[in-house]
Design a protein around this ligand. Structure first.
Ligand code: 5GP
Ligand code: ZN
Length: 113
């Protein structure tokens, strides 16, 4: 049984997909925490950044570049935005498939909760 993001990637369940390339997809978060809340998700099921390996280096770099491009395309570059990778239980990760949150359109606070 594949995970929820694998099922979005295989189009088994719908999502508002904004970008797709051979290595990743970008779609809108179903429960947005900011006016813009996107998820950048590798097509290959990687559990988290904690389980990434040396051979995933190029993929990880790609995810960040796609995240920055998506932020620019949503008009977030001038005022700024936040990228978040929740990792594991204490990191607040609820979906066990690596993803980068792109959050913007409001002032972010620090430290995060
Ligand atoms: P995490 O808590 O693991 O960092 O983030 C998981 C994110 O995935 C949450 O922000 C949650 O709203 C989002 N999410 C969970 N299930 C779905 C879904 O079926 N569709 C979409 N578009 N987002 C989802
Ligand atoms: Zn998956």
């Amino acid at each position: 049984m594949s995970c929820v993001f694998c099922r979005i990637i295989s189009k088994e369940i719908p999502a508002e997909i904004l970008h797709e390339d051979p290595d990743c997809v970008v779609f809108k978060d179903i429960n947005p925490q900011a006016p813009v809340h996107l998820l950048v998700v590798p097509k290959r099921h990687l559990t988290s950044v904690a389980s990434a390996r040396e051979e995933d280096k190029q993929l990880l770099g790609h995810l960040l570049l796609v995240a920055a491009k998506a932020a620019r395309e949503h008009g977030l570059a001038d005022k700024g935005f936040r990228l978040v990778i929740n990792t594991g239980e204490r990191g607040g990760q609820t979906v066990g498939h690596l993803h980068v949150h792109v959050l913007g359109g409001r002032q972010m606070r620090w430290p995060p909760g």
